[in-house]
Design a binder for this molecule. Structure first.
Ligand code: NI
Length: 136
């Protein structure tokens, strides 16, 4: 019997989406406003889902306080108020699209959450645009 426990997180960050080898026109066509040369910000929302068995003693899948601290310390403190392209070395070679940011966050949290639990991360770039990654 498995239950999913979820915690919401938030960070503000700037990015620019562009492919160096492409013309300005092609970058603009593909990435639209996200190609703005002077960067722009998003209010990112994330939902972290941890699925696992309910511990017989604690009655918990994961202590939500621990999950909260993980999201704060490992994700929000790292990304909040940052320029993803310039401040986060991972995004020097990887485009900071919602997809890639979601994978980046999942990889960080996966290392910190015990392997007997399943992990999914949903990342909202806007209230209507969001992506989800579960590790495969
Ligand atoms: Ni954007």
């Amino acid at each position: 019997m498995k239950v999913t426990v979820s915690r919401r997180g938030h960070f503000n960050a700037a990015h620019r989406l562009y492919v160096k080898d492409w013309s300005e026109e092609k970058n603009s066509n593909v990435f639209g406003k996200c190609n703005n040369p002077n960067f722009h910000g998003h209010n990112y929302e994330l939902i972290v889902d941890v699925k696992g068995s309910v511990d017989k003693v604690t009655g918990m899948v994961i202590d939500l306080k621990d999950l909260k601290d993980l999201i704060t310390n490992e994700v929000e403190d790292l990304l909040d108020h940052k320029n993803l392209n310039l401040d986060i070395s991972y995004f020097e070679k990887v485009l900071p699209t919602a997809e890639n940011i979601c994978i980046f966050i999942w990889d960080i949290l996966r290392k910190k959450i015990s392997k007997d639990k399943e992990l999914s991360v949903t990342l909202y770039e806007t209230p209507r645009n969001f992506v989800k990654y579960s590790g495969n």
